[in-house]
Design a protein around this ligand. Structure first.
Ligand SMILES: [Zn+2]
Ligand SMILES: [Zn+2]
Length: 184
C-alpha cells in the first residue's frame, strides 16, 4: 500500500541520528517484533504477526552505519513431497551497510549489501526480510526421507509403508481402452 507511513510508524525503523554523528560508536538492538507480512517464499515463510527476534549491532563507520547480527524466527510451510505442514526454526545472519550518499564506492566488494542512508534513521525491514528469505530452504521437507504421495491415489506413503496397488487386470485394461476410444 502506498498510503502515508510516518517514519516512526514501523517498528523496523531505528533512529540513529546521534550514532551516525559519532563514528566508532555502537548501538545494540535486542528485541522481538511481529513480522509485518509473510517473510518468505511461496513454499515457506515466517507468518505475518509471528515473532522476529532481533540481535543486532549497529556500528557507526565512516561510510555510514554497519548492521550485523542475527534474526531468529519460526517459518511455516509445506513439505514439497507430501504437502504436510513443515515448521522450521530459522536463525539468519544479518549483514549490511547503510551508506551515506556518495559513500558507496568505498571498495567494500560486491558481496556487501549496501543500502541508502539519509543520516537520520534506518529502515531494517528489507535487510531483515532478505536475510530470512535467503536462509529458508528452497525445497522444504517434513523429513529428508519423506517418501511423498502415491502417484496413483495420492495417499501419504509415510503413513502407509505397505501401500501399493495391484497391477490392473489386463481384461479390465482392455475394457478401459474401449471406453476411451468411444469417448473420442
Ligand atoms: Zn513430507
Ligand atoms: Zn495409492
Amino acid at each position: 500500500m502506498a498510503t502515508s507511513r510516518g517514519p516512526a510508524a514501523s517498528p523496523f525503523v531505528v533512529s540513529v541520528r546521534d550514532l551516525a554523528r559519532r563514528p566508532g560508536s555502537q548501538l545494540s538492538i535486542s528485541r522481538s517484533i511481529p513480522a509485518p507480512a509473510v517473510f518468505g517464499t511461496d513454499v515457506i515463510g515466517v507468518p505475518e504477526g509471528s515473532d522476529l527476534a532481533l540481535e543486532l549491532s549497529l556500528e557507526s563507520v565512516s561510510e555510514g552505519i554497519w548492521v550485523s547480527g542475527t534474526v531468529a524466527a519460526r517459518a511455516v510451510g509445506e513439505c514439497s513431497r507430501c504437502l504436510d505442514e513443515v515448521s522450521e526454526d530459522v536463525l539468519a545472519p544479518v549483514q549490511g551497510l547503510f551508506a551515506h550518499p556518495g559513500a558507496q564506492s568505498a571498495g567494500e566488494g560486491d558481496d556487501v549489501d549496501v543500502r541508502d542512508f539519509d543520516g537520520d534513521s534506518l529502515d531494517l525491514e528489507e535487510l531483515l526480510r532478505d536475510a530470512v528469505v535467503t536462509s529458508l530452504p528452497f525445497v522444504p521437507l517434513c523429513d529428508p526421507a519423506c517418501p511423498g504421495l502415491c502417484d496413483q491415489c495420492g495417499a501419504r506413503l509415510a503413513d502407509a509403508p505397505q501401500h501399493h496397488h495391484d497391477a490392473v487386470d489386463p481384461r479390465w485394461a482392455d475394457l478401459k481402452g474401449l471406453t476411451e476410444q468411444k469417448e473420442t
